[in-house]
Design a protein around this ligand. Structure first.
Ligand code: 0WD
Length: 257
C-alpha cells in the first residue's frame, strides 16, 4: 500500500513503541522511512531497530521540545528525504507527578509541558512538513496517536487527557488548513498497550483488565493492529478520509458500562 513512498515516523523509543509498530507495518507495505528518537540515550537502540527494516531506514534525533531541535532535524531530513509522502506523530509526555492523584492538582508547568510536547508538537511538525509534502505533487498524509482519555475521564490519565483533547482538535484544524494542499490529517485512538510511556500511568494494569472485560472483542489490542490501521490511513485507500479519529481499541469506546 505504501510502495515507493517516503515517510517519517516520529517517536520511536524502543521495540515496544507504537511508533515502531507503525514503522514495521509501513516498511512491510513498501515505504522508505526515517525514524526519529528523542535524544542520544535512545540513539543506539533505535539505530539498531532501523537496520532491521527493508528499503533502507535511517534514524535521526528529533526533540520536539524546542524550535531549535525541530529545525535541526528538518535540516537533516531535507538533505536525506527532500520529498515526504507521509508522517506518523507518536509522541507524548507528562511529568509523572501529574499522572498520579487528581487532575485538579495539575500545576501550571505540568499543564504547559504536557500540552507543548503532546499536542503542539503535531502542529509544529505539520508546519514544517507541508512544503515537503507538496513538492511531490501527490500531497500527503499525517497520522497522530490519541487515547479515549481525551474525551472521557480515565482515572490517572489527568492532564494527558486534556492534552489529547487539544491534539484531536488540532487534527481537525490542521485537516481544514491543509486539505486544499492535498494533505490529510487523522488520528488513531489506540487501546492501552504496555509501552515505556504507559509505565508512567498509575494503575495501568487495572486499565488493561477493565478494557479486556468491557471491550466487545473481549481482549486488549496488539501494537501491530495500530500499525496496520495507521498504514491504511497513510495510504491512498484512505484518500477520502481527513480530520477523523479512528478507534483501534477492540470496540471499548462504544461501551457505557
Ligand atoms: O497505551 C498506550 N501506550 C497508548 C499510547 C494508548 C493510546 C495512545 N498512545 C499514544 C501516546 O500518548 C503517544 O502519543 O501513543 C503515542 C506513543 O506512545 P507509546 O508508544 O505508548 O510510548 P513510548 O514508546 O514511550 O513513546 C513515546 C515517546 C517517548 O518515550 P519516553 O517514554 O522516553 O518519553 O515520545 C517521545 C519519547 O521517545 N518523546 C519525545 N520525542 C521528541 N521530543 C519527546 C520530545 N520532547 N518527549 C517524549
Amino acid at each position: 500500500m505504501l510502495a515507493g513512498r517516503n515517510g517519517v515516523i516520529f517517536g520511536v523509543a524502543n521495540k515496544r513503541s507504537i511508533a515502531w509498530a507503525c514503522a514495521q507495518a509501513a516498511a512491510a507495505s513498501g515505504a522508505r522511512l526515517v525514524l526519529t528518537y528523542q535524544g542520544e540515550r535512545l540513539a543506539d537502540g533505535v539505530q539498531a531497530l532501523a537496520e532491521t527494516l527493508p528499503h533502507g531506514a535511517i534514524a535521526l534525533p528529533c526533540d520536539v521540545g524546542s524550535d531549535e531541535g525541530l529545525d535541526q532535524f528538518f535540516g537533516r531530513l531535507r538533505e536525506h528525504m527532500p520529498e515526504v509522502d507521509f508522517a506518523v506523530h507518536s509522541i507524548a509526555f507528562a511529568r509523572t507527578e501529574e499522572l498520579e492523584g487528581d487532575y485538579v492538582q495539575t500545576s501550571r508547568e505540568g499543564f504547559r509541558v504536557a500540552h507543548e510536547i503532546s499536542a503542539f508538537s503535531l502542529t509544529a511538525i505539520a508546519q514544517r512538513l507541508a512544503p515537503m509534502m507538496e513538492r511531490s505533487g501527490r500531497g500527503g498524509s499525517i497520522v497522530t496517536m490519541t487515547y479515549v482519555g481525551g474525551d472521557r475521564v480515565v482515572p490517572h490519565y489527568n492532564v494527558m487527557g486534556v492534552a489529547k483533547a487539544a491534539l484531536e482538535s488540532s487534527v481537525r484544524y490542521l485537516a481544514a488548513d491543509l486539505g486544499p494542499r492535498k494533505i490529510r490529517v487523522n488520528a488513531v485512538s489506540a487501546g492501552p498497550l504496555r509501552t515505556l510511556a504507559a509505565a508512567g500511568i498509575g494503575d495501568f494494569g487495572q486499565m488493561l483488565e477493565i478494557n479486556k472485560a468491557r471491550a466487545p472483542l473481549r481482549r486488549n489490542i496488539e501494537a501491530g493492529e495500530v500499525g496496520d490501521a495507521t498504514v491504511f490511513l497513510l495510504s491512498d485507500m484512505a484518500r477520502g478520509i481527513t480530520g477523523q479519529v479512528l478507534f483501534v481499541d477492540a470496540g471499548f469506546n462504544i461501551t457505557a458500562l
